[in-house]
Design a protein around this ligand. Structure first.
Ligand code: SF4
Ligand code: SF4
Length: 332
């Protein structure tokens, strides 16, 4: 990859997300100095002042590496996705929101109008005049515009082609540091980048493969919440203690952080390699620990899961087979 003698350009953008991905990047410690030493940071709204027109003025493909976090929920998110795709050589779908919709994607279960009514019209909002967003407002000083709230959350690759996927909510800082190092080495001709479309900064197996807990020794008669267990066996698989742990369907890469401290994996690293639909794979894994053959009994045990949607699709509803075909709500 040629840099034409000058430093390659770096950009990072947040679309519909919480900002945790940005913090995870800043959390790579002194490696952040390598970013500064090896790149010209041309656009990173959370860290520096730059205008959209500065990005628009760049030649197409001028940005070598762009980390794009956040899903696509507004017209502004969509505009920036197209703009940064055009201006970037390597566009990385960075973090769970960009890659699979993440928690904001759960809003695809609700109609846009209902979301706005909840945000602007429930008890916790002081809004006596029942004001709602006005996307185009003819103010005396000139027209005011805010980005249109779109019909559903989409992933970045449902809007533009991406070069790499980096999962995690947020991606682990040591994984980010490794990816930055790899890109820098590739720029200097000392390493090869993986093939386009690859998942980077994560493992190729499951969270269970990184988890030290003992598996396949017990089956369960019900699922339980963590607060309902009197004691957690420190060595036994959490799923086999009745805690709905998402490890079997989740991509490795975090080092099984949560099960190591007796909290179940909730799936923030997204589907493991080769998993087409995360929820479907997880249901299969859960079924394998249920101690029942009678369908009614299996149903009863599954009914002890307190929040099936959150359990199976907390991070990837927008990317799942259930929501991949078209926006859930095509009418605003
Ligand atoms: S299901 Fe959870 S606790 Fe059990 S081995 Fe997998 S990651 Fe560990
Ligand atoms: S154990 Fe699961 S929820 Fe916890 S950090 Fe790892 S992938 Fe995310």
């Amino acid at each position: 990859m040629s840099t034409n003698g000058s430093k390659p350009k770096f950009a990072m953008y947040w679309a519909s997300s919480c900002g945790g991905c940005e913090i995870a990047v800043l959390n790579i410690g002194e490696k952040i100095l390598d970013v500064d030493a090896n790149f010209d940071v041309v656009f990173w709204p959370v860290a520096m002042d730059a205008k959209y027109k500065d990005v628009e003025a760049l030649e197409d493909g001028a940005i070598t590496l762009c980390l794009f976090n956040g899903g696509i929920r507004t017209a502004e998110n969509e505009h920036l996705a197209h703009l940064l795709r055009r201006k970037s050589k390597l566009l990385v779908s960075f973090g769970s929101c960009a890659t699979e919709g993440c928690v904001p994607g759960l809003a695809n279960l609700s109609r846009p109008q209902d979301i706005l009514d909840t945000a602007f019209g429930t008890l916790t909002t002081d809004n006596p005049q029942a004001v709602r967003p006005i996307y185009d407002y003819p103010a005396p000083e000139g027209p005011l515009r805010i980005p249109v709230f779109q019909a559903a959350v989409r992933t970045l690759d449902q809007v533009v082609p991406v070069d790499y996927y980096m999962p995690g909510c947020p991606p682990e800082s040591h994984q980010i540091a490794a990816v930055v190092e790899l890109v820098i080495k590739a720029l200097n001709g000392q390493a090869e980048l993986p093939p386009r479309g690859a998942t980077i900064g994560a493992g190729a197996s499951t969270c269970c493969d990184e988890c030290p807990r003992e598996r396949n020794v017990k089956t369960i008669k019900q699922f339980v919440r963590i607060q309902d267990l009197e004691q957690i066996d420190p060595k036994l698989c959490l799923l086999e203690q009745g805690l709905p742990c998402n490890g079997p369907a989740t991509r490795s890469g975090c080092g099984a952080l949560c099960p190591k401290v007796s909290a179940q994996c909730i799936g923030c690293y997204g589907p493991a390699e080769g998993v087409v639909d995360y929820g479907a794979r997880l249901i299969t894994a859960f079924a394998s620990v249920i101690d029942a053959k009678d369908p009614a009994e299996i149903e009863r045990i599954l009914d002890t899961l307190p929040d099936p949607t959150g359990q199976f699709y907390r991070f990837n509803l927008a990317k799942s087979l259930l929501r991949a075909g078209r926006p859930a709500w095509s009418q605003q």
